[in-house]
Design a binder for this molecule. Structure first.
Ligand code: PLP
Length: 346
């Protein structure tokens, strides 16, 4: 039985072209700046994001940490949404390793932060206060249903930050999903942010890796932060080679994942006992709820498992399904059939 694994787009396996590129990759010592494949990937990433330079790191978590450590010093404050990945799922690394003080403001359901909330969270010059150095955005917003933040919103947040001489970091783990959903070039979503991080290991299907992009000066400093957290790798071209293939071949196909997610969401919405906010499904992430009084969570998940479908439980009666490379339209129909059967108690 084929397992239809919708837990995350991180379960994607490298493509045959990636395996081939990894096998053939020219490599060198990247800490000495001598790995030609890493250098090529960093140049490609910087070009895609419209920034001067880029830095290859092992994970999205390290990418965000390196950016926070580069923008801020000990005791400085950064403003972040209360549902941000950086705040919820990165082990408190910014505080534990950087001595940074997160200041949360509420995420609205569409993943944005209210500019008025942000403005009132910015600290004045007062001996009692930490210094506000940075504002973090996330696009697409994972916990807000994969919502895509628009160019207009991103620009207005950046204008506000810069008018207070505060930097903006964009956690763009799935920034290409946002660009495709909005029908814009990814550069438009990054043009005013001071740093952006994106993942190769999610919808782009690489085994490992993320990139940090920013000014040449920022990236030179970020290179020091990466070394400090133990992220200086040597013949990293072996894994960077997959990233080169991903940027060349795997970006445009994300549109298929969005179409599959939409079909999945529409199918789930028709099944009695489930509730889906269809308006929130913009990219490759679908959240849905088991209505009170229908099946119990454990019974639901066990039924899915028996039918060969995996989804993530993200709350008492809440589930997440993510579409990705390796999931075809037929798999979505199959998954819907399994869910229907489970809900009917069959
Ligand atoms: C997955 C993710 C990360 C972290 O990536 P890892 O590679 O798992 O460390 C950061 N931000 C967002 C929004 C993510 O979805």
């Amino acid at each position: 039985m084929k397992i239809i694994d919708l837990r995350s787009d991180t379960v994607t396996l490298p493509t045959p072209a990636m395996r081939e590129a990894m096998y053939r990759a020219e490599v060198g010592d990247d800490v000495f700046g001598e790995d030609p494949t890493v250098n090529r990937l960093e140049e490609m990433a910087a070009e895609r994001m419209g920034k001067e330079a880029a830095l290859f790191v092992v994970s999205g978590t390290m990418a965000n940490l390196v950016c926070l450590l580069t923008h801020c010093g000990r005791g400085d404050e950064f403003i972040v949404g209360h549902l941000a990945h950086t705040f919820l799922y990165e082990v408190g690394g910014s505080a534990a390793l950087g001595g940074l003080h997160p200041h949360t403001v509420p995420n609205r359901p569409d993943g944005t932060l209210d500019l008025k909330d942000v403005e009132s969270a910015i600290r004045g010059d007062n001996i009692h206060f930490p210094r506000t150095r940075l504002i973090c955005l996330e696009n697409t917003h994972n916990r807000c249903g994969g919502a895509a933040l628009t160019v207009e919103y991103t620009d207005s947040l950046c204008r506000l930050a810069h008018s207070h001489r505060i930097a903006v970091h964009l956690d763009g783990a799935r920034i290409f999903n946002a660009a495709i959903a909005l029908g814009v070039d990814v550069k438009e979503l990054t043009r005013n942010v001071d740093s952006v991080a994106f993942c190769l290991s999610k919808g782009l299907s690489c085994p490992v890796g993320s990139l940090v992009c920013g000014s040449a000066e920022f990236i030179a400093e970020a290179r020091r932060s990466r070394k400090m957290v133990g992220g200086g790798m040597r013949q990293a071209g072996i894994i960077a080679a997959a990233g080169v293939v991903a940027l060349e071949e795997m970006v445009d196909r994300l549109a298929e994942d969005h179409a599959n997610a939409r079909r999945l969401a529409e199918g789930l919405a028709e099944i009695p006992g489930l509730s889906v906010d269809l308006e929130r499904v913009q990219t490759n992430i679908v959240y849905f709820d088991l209505i009170e009084g229908s099946l119990e969570t454990d019974r639901f998940l066990a039924g899915l498992r028996e039918g060969g479908v995996k989804m993530l439980s993200t709350g008492p009666r809440r589930f997440r399904a993510v579409t990705h490379y390796g999931i075809e339209a037929a798999d979505i129909e199959e998954a819907l059939m399994v869910v229907r059967r489970v809900m009917e108690g069959g």
